[in-house]
Each structure stands twice: as structure tokens, then as C-alpha cells.
Design a protein around this ligand. Structure first.
Ligand SMILES: Cc1ncc(COP(=O)(O)O)c(C=O)c1O
Length: 358
């Protein structure tokens, strides 16, 4: 029972079938093939507009290259203090931005509020010694499993426009956020002011398929060169593109995300109903963050349930985790089985009853 992340499973069957089909015969290399062209046209259809797409192999590459296209070496990119770009990418964004810095701001649930971004950006001294803010990066879904509403994205987009910043969305869990909000890809991005998107697909069914989707044309100008210099122009590019054909066909990506979100909801409700358990953040997508008694943590681990302990940085002071509690993260994937979710809840329930009997 592995709930450590949504990348602990392989690829989904339609994605693999699409790859097998794309495997036969000779095709142009480095993304000049027909499949890549078709997939790029499909992105334009899905997002209902002209755009540029660059297919890459990891979310870190997508984020680092997207940020580098927005921020000059002397610039600042604002993000949440717990954002993947600042905490989990080994400095790749700063490396590709050639000296630019990330500035992490606090915010409950790893979410940034438009007012705090505006106050921060406007409070920076306008002096030659100060790196000027050039971009904002937000994660949709956030690192605490929360989903920015359309109004929240629009408010952040407005702050960016008023202050000369470009807006990046780290959509490692883009589909999970989309089905959670029940909106279209266009509504969650460029219609709310997003200029560039890291479109994640690996966690939701691909093998290694991520896309940088650019809505502000000037940000795309050098992205092909940036991608090549980062080793992200794959010679057998059709095999990256083919994953997306399988992913998009018959709304497979929506089905995968709905499955993961539904089971995460089930897991969340199950935990929330147990005595001694409280939720650190509401479950809005496919990640569940219960604060559980230490004894339950021990019982779950002893039964072989895998998950990560989580940080309480984005938890309000009054809700801090006690010494006899553990804040944990369980992630549900497109391939998670309902039986495994029920089994985890059974183990947790049994631990509660044992504790009550002691
Ligand atoms: C919020 C977020 N962004 C980006 C990524 C993508 O990272 P990777 O480089 O491992 O594909 C992840 C994966 O954990 C993530 O959770």
C-alpha cells in the first residue's frame, strides 16, 4: 500500500499503447515529426488559442526553463516559501536563470494571497542594489494539496499585470486541479492571467511527459534554444509526444484525475471521522494531509503503509502538531485501488480502537 506519491506507479495503459503504435517506422527526429506536430495542435485545441508548446521530460526542467524565460539574471521570481521550485529542485531554476533569485513568501496551505504578493513587490526598494521582481510562480495544486480558485488566480494575475510581472503556474498536478474546479484548461490559465504553464502529465499517467505551454508569445522566443542547452530536446521526440496522444484521447487524463481525486476524498473522509485525527488542510485534489496520533502512525507503518511525514510550515500557529501527533501526506494516483484505500482506513480504525481499549 504505497501512498508515498503519485509517481510511484508506472504509466497508464492508453499511454503505453500509444507509444507502441508510435514506435514503428522512421520519422523525423528532434520533434520535427508528425506526432509532435499533432500533439502541439491538440494543446492549442485544448487551451482554445494559439500558443507555443515545448515537450520536456521532467517537471523540474519545465519549471526551470519556464522561469528562465521570464526572469533575467538580475531579476527576482516570487513564489511560496514551500514551492517545489524553491525547495525541491536542487537550485535548477536559479541555475537556469543565471543568477536570478527566488523569493519565498509565507501563506497558509502553501497558497499565496494577491494582497501579500502586492505588498511584497510594492515594498521592495526601487534602487539599483535591489533585484527587480519579474515573475510570480504558483503551484496548482499547491504543496499542501490545495487548489487556487479561479478568482484567486485572477487576483494574482491582476497583481502581476499591475506590477510588470509574468505569471507562471507549476501544474505538476494540473489535471487534478482542473477536475477539482470543474473548469476548462483555458479558464484556469490564460483567461485568469497565467502567461506560462508547466503542464504536468507524468504523475497522472505518462511515463515522462511534461510540457511548457506558453501563452505570452515573447516568453517563447528563445525557449527552443534554452531547452536544447538543458538537454531537453529529445532526439526520438515522437516518443515523448506519443505519450500525450494516449493521454488526451477519449478524455483519459480527466478520467485518471477524477479517479485519484475521488479516492483521495474517500481516504480523507475516512481519516477525518476517526477520533484523535484532524486534517491539516482540506482535501481538494489527490493529496491527503491528516494529523494523526503517534500510535496510529506507528500502526500504519508497521502494517507496511508507505507515506511521507510532512512539514507544518504552512499550518497556522494555533493548529501546530503536538508531540504525540504526526502530520503525514498520503497521495492517491490514477492507479490506486479502492481496496487499498479501504484497507488503510481499516488499519487506522483498528489502531484507534486499540488505543481506546488501553
Ligand atoms: C509541485 C510540483 N512541481 C513539480 C514537480 C515535478 O518534479 P519532477 O522534476 O520530479 O518531475 C513535482 C513533483 O513532485 C511537484 O510536486
Amino acid at each position: 500500500m504505497n501512498f508515498a506519491s503519485d509517481n510511484i506507479v508506472g504509466a497508464s495503459a492508453p499511454v503505453l499503447q500509444s507509444l507502441v503504435q508510435a514506435n514503428d517506422g522512421a520519422m523525423a527526429a528532434y520533434g520535427a515529426d508528425e506526432i509532435t506536430k499533432r500533439v502541439k495542435a491538440r494543446f492549442a485545441e485544448i487551451f482554445e488559442r494559439d500558443l507555443s508548446v515545448f515537450l520536456v521530460t521532467t517537471g523540474t526542467a519545465a519549471n526551470a526553463l519556464a522561469l528562465a524565460s521570464m526572469v533575467p539574471p538580475w531579476g527576482l521570481c516570487v513564489c511560496h516559501e514551500e514551492a517545489h521550485v524553491i525547495d525541491d529542485e536542487c537550485g535548477a531554476p536559479e541555475f537556469f536563470m543565471h543568477g536570478a533569485k527566488l523569493a519565498g513568501l509565507p501563506g497558509a496551505g502553501a497558497k499565496l494571497k494577491a494582497e501579500s504578493v502586492a505588498a511584497y513587490v510594492q515594498g521592495l526598494p526601487k534602487a539599483i542594489k535591489q533585484m527587480p521582481p519579474k515573475a510570480l510562480s504558483i503551484s496548482q495544486v499547491t504543496e499542501c494539496g490545495m487548489v487556487y480558485s479561479l478568482d484567486e488566480i485572477a487576483a494574482l494575475g491582476q497583481v502581476c499585470r499591475e506590477n510588470g510581472l509574468s505569471l507562471h503556474m507549476d501544474g505538476a498536478r494540473f489535471a487534478n486541479a482542473l477536475v477539482s474546479l470543474g473548469c476548462t484548461p483555458a479558464e484556469m490559465t490564460w483567461k485568469r492571467g497565467v502567461d506560462i504553464l508547466s503542464f504536468g502529465a507524468t504523475k497522472n499517467g505518462c511515463l515522462m511527459g511534461e510540457a511548457i505551454v506558453v501563452f505570452k508569445p515573447e516568453l517563447a522566443e528563445a525557449l527552443d534554444y534554452r531547452a536544447k542547452r538543458a538537454g531537453q530536446v529529445v532526439s526520438k521526440g515522437r516518443l515523448i509526444a506519443a505519450q500525450f496522444e494516449g493521454y488526451f484521447a477519449n478524455d483519459h487524463w480527466y478520467d485518471n484525475a477524477r479517479h485519484a481525486n475521488r479516492l483521495a476524498g474517500l481516504l480523507s473522509e475516512g481519516f477525518a471521522a476517526l477520533p484523535g485525527v484532524r486534517m491539516a488542510w482540506p482535501t481538494q485534489a489527490n493529496e491527503v494531509f491528516p494529523i494523526i496520533p503517534a500510535a496510529m502512525d506507528k500502526a500504519l507503518r508497521a502494517a507496511g503503509v508507505l507515506y511521507h511525514p510532512w512539514t507544518q510550515v504552512s499550518l497556522p500557529e494555533a493548529e501546530r502538531v503536538g508531540t504525540d501527533e504526526a502530520l503525514i501526506r498520503l497521495v492517491v494516483s490514477f492507479a490506486t485501488k479502492e481496496d487499498d484505500v479501504l484497507r488503510v482506513l481499516e488499519i487506522a480504525r483498528a489502531a484507534t480502537s486499540r488505543q481506546a481499549a488501553e
